[in-house]
Design a protein around this ligand. Structure first.
Ligand code: ADP
Length: 789
């Protein structure tokens, strides 16, 4: 009988067995067969030792043969279960052909405080769980061993597909449990960081998010490539370099202390440790911040007014409000009430309006007029609080929040920071970015802002914050409370032409490498571009079209087709030859040529817009079908419209029998865009009456207003944007609720003069205007197959 401490040895070349694992292996080699046979002849135990690259590991695992069987190919195989680590002694004589060795059992007990091991085990378990979940194997997480058995938890690493054989051997050979846990935790964190990054990149691309994160990944990849090429460390800064850099900066006391503490840590951390890189990244981040750098403010209101005028056409009232805001600041400074932009400086200016109306560029002008640098922080789609406040450093791939990054980009501690698209902030399980933002904007708190990553106090009180939003509905309430809202509703055709003439043409000309004398665009041409090639509240599309035009001109000029005498002139009729077929034609004429279709006015995130409401009728169960992704309020409007029409059928000249056994269908294209609100009430009523009385709606009329069951017309919002949209779409008559009359003062005069307004208190007045004069009966009854019988 062999001695208890002597066991047959089975060298394992294809894997690493750790205690707790069950491993199936084919009995291919003679040694393997011999070892298993010897074990079975004794008590079934043997010692498994990794034999990799011609080297035996210094530690093996005592294992039991759990089962013998055959692999599908007929090859003999065994399932072995790892039981415990063992150190190997010398070879000893034993039975059979197997190699017998002396073994010394090693227990899993940790040296020192056992709670440390349990704590580490808990953390490792959590990281593994995260990895499993992110790989869609969350079910396995339930089967992980309990942290109370830290050794078992650490040995889970044996199952990891991310570790190499060498790494697994290292796990086996690290006998101390705490050391072993530290080792596997470090690797698992790296794996998780990689997964997280990859996911982030994926969502980034999907959500069109910011450049910075992509850069972060690219940098990491670059680092990895450098490491592969052995270039690492060539130009790495050492602790002394950091000391020199820190000494040259005007660091606040708390920051200086934190920096020297980290430099000390850097010295003590081995270069191979991942921690080394993290400390360096932190030091680089902190030392790159513009500590103590401030641009000197100049608040000269006349100069500010001049700069705002220089950069922007029109927008008189907006500029006035901005200047008032600056004037208050100036007084605060002069009277020593607060430092510029500092505590107590009052509300944040919020520029609210559709895309392309100049919100961002106004922000830039404000910065220019104050002599400050300007940074834009895009908040659209931000759902993770850490985006604002930074990741904690313990999180792999951690980086500071966007405000810290903004300061770094600005190069000064008092820039103008434009918080872009605050209405698109989200929130989910990762915390509420809006509340973090609130802290940033709160003058009582923001002079000691703590970014989770930096962990030092940062004074944001000198920053001048501006915000932008497309709509106000989705701006979180508490944030809205801190804002002074300035609305920009969009431009009229004439305003757009002026903006193009005074700003956009020159900019696009320069971008196409053309000189002043190369090309001239007449106002008539600009009107054509605005009217036939764009339909928008702002001027983004216009600028894009002008860019296209200029590139075409550049092509001609480069090809030598250039008049020698003076610039190439582009006039109204030429636009089509340059830009091709117009993209927008006035279509409401076609749209309302059959009874049952009416044109409404709406406000969306992109500004005002026109929408049609279509109604048809068919045999079927009596009632209403509603389509077009309408919200509850809008669906109710349709029900109210139908009730009104039914209950007033006589007065409206409709045969009440027309409704019998008929189903009405109300549809609002475009079906893919969600719509809601009560203001389509008049449009739905009109479309119904039009269908049931077989009279087409006048193609030049657009309408908006809520309707009650009694037919009263109630006021609605967004008059200015709706009227501008009607004007853009070529409508000439707008029907509005009587009580919205005063809002017409906000409509630019040129537009007011070009249009007819009908102020209706009752829906009858709407119907008169819409179905009156040119609302003649449809010419050909065949053209309206859906009308009432
Ligand atoms: P927003 O931030 O509102 O989406 P931008 O500030 O990006 O809009 O404006 C789009 C473009 O239109 C910019 O190039 C801007 O300079 C120009 N622009 C907008 N409004 C005006 C204006 N009133 N005068 C001159 N240029 C303008």
């Amino acid at each position: 009988m062999p001695d208890d401490n002597n066991l047959p040895l089975l060298p394992l070349t294809s894997g690493v067995l750790l205690p707790g694992m069950v491993f199936t292996m084919a009995l291919e080699s003679e040694e393997a067969v011999a070892a298993v046979e010897a074990a079975e002849a004794a008590d079934g135990s043997l010692v498994i030792v990794p034999f990799i690259d011609g080297r035996y590991a210094s530690v093996g695992v005592i294992a039991e043969v759990a089962e013998r069987g055959e692999l599908p190919g007929g090859m003999a195989a065994v399932a072995i279960r790892g039981v415990s680590r063992a150190r190997l002694g010398t070879a000893v004589p034993g039975t059979g052909r197997a190699l017998w060795v002396e073994v010394d059992l090693v227990s899993d007990e940790a040296a020192g405080d056992p709670t440390v091991a349990v704590e580490l085990a808990r953390e490792y378990r959590a990281v593994v769980e995260n990895i499993l979940v992110s790989r869609g194997a969350g079910r396995l997480a339930e089967r992980l061993p309990d942290a109370a058995d830290p050794g078992r938890v650490a040995d889970l690493a044996g199952y990891s597909p991310d570790l190499s054989l060498d790494q697994k051997v290292a796990v086996l050979e690290t006998v101390d449990v705490v050391d072993r846990l530290r080792l596997v935790l470090g690797w698992a964190r790296e794996v998780l960081a990689d997964i997280t990054l990859r996911e982030r990149i994926k969502t980034d691309v999907e959500e069109g998010m910011e450049q910075t994160q992509r850069e972060f990944l690219l940098r990491r990849q670059l680092e990895a490539i450098r490491r592969e090429l052995g270039e690492e460390g060539e130009d790495e800064a050492g602790p002394d370099d950091y000391r020199t850099r820190a000494a040259a900066l005007d660091l606040p006391e708390g920051v200086a202390t934190a920096v020297s503490r980290e430099i000390g840590k850097l010295e003590r951390t081995p270069e191979q440790s991942p921690e080394h890189g993290w400390i360096r990244t932190w030091l680089d981040t902190v030392l790159e911040l513009p500590w103590g750098v401030e641009s000197e403010d100049r608040i000269d209101l006349d100069e500010a007014a001049r700069i705002l005028d220089e950069d922007h056409d029109g927008l008189g009232d907006v500029k006035e409000r901005i200047l008032e805001h600056l004037a208050v600041r100036k007084l605060q400074v002069e009277r020593g009430l607060a430092p510029v932009g500092g505590r107590g400086a009052g509300a944040i200016l919020a520029l609210v309006g559709p895309p392309g109306v100049g919100k961002t560029s106004l922000g830039e002008s404000v910065a220019r007029s104050l002599g400050r640098s300007f940074v834009r922080v895009a908040l659209g789609g931000v759902r993770d609080e850490a985006e604002i406040r930074g990741h904690r450093r313990t999180y792999v791939g951690a980086q500071p929040g966007r405000l810290v990054r903004a300061l770094r980009e600005a190069g000064s501690m008092n820039p103008v920071v434009l918080l872009d698209e605050v209405d698109k902030l989200g929130s989910d399980f990762r915390g509420d970015p809006a509340s973090a933002l609130l802290e940033v904007l709160d003058p009582a708190q923001n002079h000691t802002f703590r970014d989770h990553y930096l962990e030092v106090e940062l004074d944001l009180s000198k920053v001048l914050f501006l915000a932008t939003a497309n709509v106000l509905d989705t701006v979180p309430g508490p944030l809205l409370d801190r804002m002074e809202v300035i609305r920009l509703d969009g431009y009229t055709e004439d305003e757009k032409v002026a903006i193009a003439r005074n700003h956009l043409v020159a900019r696009q000309r320069a971008r196409a490498a053309l000189a002043d004398g190369d090309v001239a665009v007449t106002d008539a041409a600009l009107h054509t571009v605005v009217g036939e090639y764009t339909r928008e509240a702002g001027v983004r599309g216009l600028e894009r079209e002008l860019g296209r035009l200029m590139r075409k001109v550049a092509g001609k000029v480069a090809g030598g087709e250039h008049p020698d005498d003076g610039p190439l002139v582009i006039d109204g009729p030429d636009v089509r030859t340059w830009l091709g077929r117009p993209r927008f034609v006035f279509e409401s004429a076609d749209r309302t040529s059959v009874p049952g279709v009416a044109t409404g006015l709406a406000v969306t995130g992109a500004g005002g817009d026109v929408l049609s409401v279509e109604v048809s009728m068919m045999e079927g169960t009596e009632g209403l079908t509603i389509t077009g992704q309408l919200g509850d309020v809008m669906r109710e409007s349709a029900e109210i419209a139908l009730s009104y029409v039914r209950s007033h059928a006589d007065a409206l000249g409709i045969d009440p029998a027309a409704f019998a056994a008929k189903r009405l269908h109300v549809h609002v294209p475009a079906g893919a865009v969600p719509k809601d609100g009560p203001s389509a009430g008049v449009t739905m009523t009109t479309a119904l009456v039009s269908l049931l009385t077989d009279r087409a709606v006048s193609p030049s009329v657009g309408m908006t207003g809520e309707v009650t069951l009694q037919g009263r017309v109630l006021p609605i919002g967004g008059v200015r944007q709706k009227v501008l949209a009607a004007h853009r779409s070529g409508l000439t008559t707008v029907v509005l609720p009587a009580r919205n009359g005063p809002d017409l003062d906000d409509v630019p005069e040129a537009v007011r003069e070009a249009m007819t307004f009908v102020l209706a208190a009752h829906v009858d007045e709407v119907l008169d205007a819409a179905l009156g004069v040119d609302g003649a009966p449809a010419a050909a009854p065949d053209a309206a197959p859906t009308r009432a019988a």
